[in-house]
Design a protein around this ligand. Structure first.
Ligand SMILES: Cc1ncc(COP(=O)(O)O)c(C=O)c1O
Length: 438
């Protein structure tokens, strides 16, 4: 075992050897050495309540005993062969994914990450339609590769390099900052209609596919109106285009009622992409589709690590654990509880909390004043203060002013109360500081 470094030693070594773009969320970052359930421990033994789950990934809690045992068993039995050889865990996982997937979706291409799953989904959609153009939503995040970063319509995550060709962007279904200046009372679903405008003005009129996150994750838990995806799907069908639900964050039950976030909108996509929570932190991704779409991909496809026995066995163990421990129900119950408490808190801090949104344990708190000015510095400070008080909360959004609460789906009511107490304390300190600065 390597000598355990303290956080300063580790920071120095990290700065020396890791590329600078791989940034830390904190100014004063803890050095995490251990995780158990919904808790993380730093090198001094200090405990932190993890309300961000390693960016929405540790779905069943850190080092879940059953999942870890299945990973270890597989690791000790057979670790790797690649997809050109026949092994069972990948096929067992694909069978389970077909069981939980909506509609006719029953074929999987297993990958190592969400980026790869999205790359694959676009390729499958292009092959199936014989078309090229893709529509994505503003504020989206779809990954790091050339194409996935082009699909990502958030300048924070776009490299200063030539983007991929053939991607058009529709206005976002962002009710709090409605691009059409509507309010929930006057909403006429202009955001959904914008998809048709984009097809007519920015494509040949024959796009291959649209990709969207049911709830935008990195974008800050932006949650479209209830009629949105139904209306969008109809427009896509009118133009013969397919629909990919990017469930990399919303998948595996996080939104609390169904395995997939898109089901809350009553829509069945043509393809689904998954990653993150599927294997609780082991590298995995999956692109799910109907057999009709799959059959257009006739050339040999290979993925050296994708579908490897260890990640696949772990993924299956995670899905079984979510069912056995009724974690979707827990995400619903705890999520509703936190959501109500945050809405109450919004009344106490009207000049700090602009919007509370999301579903299940996929929640966002957008910090903005009464004029909707994004409170960027305050958001960073609240995240830092909460960590100092032992609670890990994420942040995101185009402006970096949205708190992201997306814990393991195993959290308890006590955990929710601890997080709410710590958050309230940080909000009070921030509010006092803002008043003193006026
Ligand atoms: C919605 C969404 N899609 C795709 C990705 C990319 O996944 P990965 O980081 O596994 O490549 C992410 C990562 O945050 C994501 O949030």
């Amino acid at each position: 075992m390597a000598k355990l470094l303290n956080r300063d030693e580790l920071k120095q070594k990290r700065d020396k050897y890791i590329v600078p773009g791989v940034k830390q969320m904190y100014k004063d970052a803890p050095h995490f050495v251990r995780g158990k359930g919904q808790y993380l421990y730093d090198e001094t033994g200090r405990e932190y309540l993890d309300m961000f789950a390693g960016i929405v990934t540790v779905s069943v809690g850190h080092c879940h005993p059953k999942v870890t045992q299945r990973t270890q068993e597989q690791l000790n039995t057979l670790q790797h062969t690649s997809t050109i050889f026949m092994t069972q865990p990948m096929v067992d996982l694909a069978e389970k994914l077909a069981e939980i997937a909506p509609g006719a979706i029953s074929k999987s291409f297993i990958t190592n990450s969400g980026t790869e799953a999205n790359e694959a989904a676009i390729r499958f959609a292009r092959l199936a339609t014989g078309r090229h153009e893709v529509i994505a939503l503003e504020h989206s995040y779809h990954g790091e590769s050339h194409l996935a970063s082009t699909l990502t319509a958030n300048y924070n995550w776009r490299p200063k390099t030539m983007p991929a060709a053939g991607v058009a962007y529709a206005a976002n279904a962002y009710c709090y900052r409605c691009p059409f200046k509507k309010t929930p009372d006057s909403c006429s679903l202009e955001c959904a209609k914008d998809v048709e405008r984009v097809i007519q003005t920015q494509t040949s009129g024959q796009p291959a596919v649209m990709i969207a996150e049911p709830i935008q994750g990195v974008g800050g838990a932006i949650t479209p109106p209830q009629e949105y995806f139904g209306a969008v799907k109809k427009i896509l069908e009118k133009y013969g285009a397919l629909f990919i639900a990017d469930e990399v964050q919303t998948g595996v039950g996080r939104t609390g009622r169904d395995w997939f976030g898109i089901s809350s909108w009553g829509v069945t996509p043509d393809l689904i992409t998954m990653a993150k929570g599927l294997a609780n932190g082991l590298p995995i991704g999956a692109c799910l589709m109907t057999p009709e779409i799959a059959e257009h991909s006739t050339k040999q496809q290979i993925n050296t690590f994708g579908g490897n026995p260890v990640s696949s066995a772990t993924g299956l163990a995670v899905l079984e654990t979510i069912q056995e421990e009724r974690l979707m129900e827990n995400a619903d119950v705890q999520g509703n509880y936190i959501m109500s408490a945050l809405k109450e808190m919004q009344k106490d801090f009207p000049d700090l909390i602009g919007d509370v949104r999301g579903k299940g344990l996929m929640l966002g708190v957008e910090l903005a004043d009464k004029h909707k000015t994004p409170l960027v510095e305050q958001c960073a400070n609240i995240v830092e203060m909460s960590k100092d008080d032992g609670v890990i909360i994420g942040k995101g959004g185009l402006f970096g002013n949205t708190l992201r609460i997306k814990p393991p789906m195993t959290i308890t009511r006590d955990n929710a109360d601890t997080m709410l107490k710590v958050l309230k304390k940080s909000l009070e300190a921030t509010s006092k500081r803002m008043t003193a600065n006026v």
